[in-house]
Design a protein around this ligand. Structure first.
Ligand SMILES: Cc1cc2nc3c(=O)[nH]c(=O)nc-3n(C[C@H](O)[C@H](O)[C@H](O)COP(=O)(O)O)c2cc1C
Length: 366
């Protein structure tokens, strides 16, 4: 019912407006709904789904279901109070950087309606680690897991390799020293920054993780992976990640490739950025299978990219993802998608004879 309303009334109107404006209005609505017990309860009644079959403990952290909000939707941690009622078991705040960045010039969000995708060019826009940490501290304490995605401040100063590493280090250290968040993600793969993606080569990632592992962290750390590298180079990054005993990888970030087979909309020349949604789906799925087959015993995999249904989420889980995240699917399908995914996963588990979601992880690779 809600999905019908969203798709037939809200979306046709909202999709006529600038996507960044719509996103800002949705954020304001979320902040409002998160303020009061009654609005939180009502939202939960409409949107939430719970089942013991979906509960699992991953790297020591308890998740009520496997579906999270991916980094980039709630950059400044404004939605922490409402998201548990929307049905997410976790959200990744950020990406957060040491210093504030006001974002790349507009347009920095562009819809590709036919391709079910977005072009994203925010370039790590956020309020900086101190402001965001305070927001997290002030939020209601709920059972939603809070991940914090850490990146380097987007400015010319940090395009120098060593300065960039120091910037990541100070940001992560601030979070750890102030006990902010339940897990951390090192985002090495934002495509829209000064100097490109500087830590997606083996030697540079080695230097970055060598420095970051000097911080004593007693929470899980994941690395957010690029999805456009040749497999040999991707593998080399994974080997560094295993060497530095990271808990896992998030596969993965936006695609930089404008594949005409997948991108059916024409993109104006002034629209720059990485692409989310369906064009990332297969790239992400193949890398999940590859990583699970080779490193499944050493790394937790969080699968992201083009999840628009329970079937899409289950596919990633059977390929080897322990948890999944999404953004674009929710924008195209509406907020009821999270409930549909969780209830759909519960049904799939029963159909396949599993009693818990953890039993389905990597089922294709056995
Ligand atoms: C508007 C928007 C902003 C994003 N910003 C970030 C970010 O700051 N950090 C990050 O690691 N990923 C960011 N991403 C990438 C998403 O977290 C995700 O990896 C990607 O969109 C694929 O998932 P989806 O198809 O479900 O959207 C962003 C994506 C979108 C759509």
């Amino acid at each position: 019912m809600l999905t019908l309303l969203y798709k037939n009334i809200f979306k046709p109107i909202a999709f006529k407006f600038d996507p960044e404006f719509v996103h800002d209005q949705i954020t304001l609505t979320g902040i409002f709904l998160g303020k009061f017990k009654i609005t939180r309860r009502f939202t939960k009644l409409l949107l939430s789904y719970s089942s013991n079959n979906l509960v699992q403990t991953v790297d020591g952290v308890k998740y009520l279901n496997p579906v999270g909000l991916s980094a980039g939707f709630d950059k400044n941690a404004k939605l922490l109070n409402i998201l548990p009622s929307v049905g997410f078991s976790f959200e990744e705040v950020g990406s957060v950087t040491l210093e504030e960045y006001e974002g790349n010039p507009k347009p920095r969000l562009y819809r590709l309606k036919k391709s079910k995708a977005l072009v994203v060019y925010y370039g790590l826009m956020n309020k900086g680690v101190k402001v965001i940490s305070q927001k997290i501290k002030n939020a209601l304490k709920t059972d939603m897991v809070i991940g914090v995605s850490v990146a380097k401040t987007n400015c010319t100063r940090t395009s120098d390799e060593q300065a960039g590493i120091e910037d990541y280090y100070e940001c992560l250290k601030y979070l750890v020293d102030n006990n902010i968040g339940d897990y951390y993600t090192i985002n090495i793969s934002c495509p829209n920054t000064f100097g490109g993606e500087p830590y997606t080569t083996e030697d540079k990632l080695e230097k970055l993780l060598n420095k970051l592992t000097q911080i004593r962290v007693n929470k899980p750390i994941y690395v957010k992976m690029p999805i456009n590298l040749p497999i040999q180079e991707f593998d080399k990054l994974i080997q560094v990640i295993v060497k530095y005993k990271m808990n896992g990888v998030i596969i993965g970030n936006l695609t930089k490739v404008r594949d005409p087979q997948l991108i059916k909309d024409s993109i104006p020349e002034n629209v720059k950025g990485g692409i989310s949604g369906i064009p990332t789906q297969e790239l992400s799925n193949n890398l999940i299978t590859h990583t699970h087959r080779k490193y499944g015993d050493k790394l937790t995999i969080i699968g992201v990219g083009g999840i628009f249904s329970a079937a899409d989420a289950y596919e990633k889980i059977k390929r080897g993802a322990t948890l999944v995240q999404l953004i674009t699917g929710m924008i195209f399908e509406g907020p009821e998608l999270i409930k549909q995914i969780n209830s759909g996963l519960d049904k799939y588990l029963k159909m396949d004879g599993y009693t818990n979601i953890s039993e389905a992880i990597g089922a294709y690779n056995r």
